[in-house]
Design a protein around this ligand. Structure first.
Ligand code: PGA
Length: 250
């Protein structure tokens, strides 16, 4: 019923030429993929060049962050209006690395989500708990707070205009991974929370990705869960073969 959406978050990897080569490798591997939305999120410096490779490929281009203003004195930031002409369609917002290493909070993330929706970029809003929070039994409380903060006053006309990614922080870039059941439990909770914001019909059609050590060997069972509608892939998206296998297991 919901179309799977799989995004590759290349993080701070790949110089422009390397990024172009990875995109060139991926495009033919994805040429017969019809039933999955695939989004590549290279670093800002490679967006333009990768965008040109993707132009007629049917693959989408995403940024890993953005500012919420159109322009101004914001040294080091990138405005959505600068991303749109490059063909960018999605923006990862509130990734746990932005929250933990760069001090982003729900208020700031909310400004970005609202801006993205307004200009027609699809936010991939990331939420997720730390190991300490999970062990303390407050996963739902933490994820609920991140959703409430991030989605305040967000209005969407189309259920596909916003994607939520559940990424348990303890499973990102570590050897640990959430079991499909653990992930499904939180995904079901997220969908219930989305219902409060957008109503049951819209929430039922919204996509919720799972992220955190998604690999070819676990992607299939994760995405077989009823409320897991795709994946946000870090490490494994840097290898064309692995990423293609993940896409094919949706
Ligand atoms: P990982 O990263 O797949 O390398 O765990 C996921 C993410 O941070 O989006």
């Amino acid at each position: 019923m919901r179309r799977f959406v799989i995004a590759g978050n290349w993080k701070m990897h790949k110089k422009t030429e390397e990024a172009v080569n990875l995109a060139l490798e991926l495009v033919p591997l994805m040429s017969d993929v019809r039933s999955v939305d695939v989004v590549l999120c290279p670093p800002f410096t490679a967006l333009d060049a990768v965008g040109q490779v993707l132009r007629t490929s049917g693959l989408y281009l995403g940024s890993q962050n953005m500012h919420y203003e159109d322009e101004g004195a914001f040294t080091g930031e990138v405005a959505p209006a600068m991303l749109l002409p490059l063909g960018v369609t999605h923006a990862i917002l509130g990734h746990s690395e932005r929250r933990q290493l760069f001090g982003e909070d729900d208020t700031l993330i909310n400004l970005k989500v609202r801006k993205a929706v307004t200009v027609g970029l699809i936010p991939i809003l990331c939420v997720g708990e730390t190991l300490e929070e999970r062990e303390g039994g407050i996963t739902e409380e933490v994820v609920g707070r991140q959703l409430d903060g991030g989605l305040e006053e967000v209005k969407i006309a189309d259920p596909e205009a916003l994607i939520v990614a559940y990424e348990p922080i303890w499973a990102i870039g570590t050897g640990r991974t959430a079991s499909p059941e653990q992930a499904q439990e939180v995904h079901a909770y997220i969908r219930a929370r989305l219902t409060q914001f957008f109503g049951a019909e819209t929430a039922g059609k919204m996509r919720i990705q799972y992220g955190g050590r998604v690999k070819p060997d676990n992607a299939g069972e994760l995405m077989a869960q009823p409320d897991i509608d795709g994946a946000l892939v870090g490490g494994a998206s840097l290898d064309a073969g692995s990423f293609a296998e993940i896409v094919r297991s949706a």
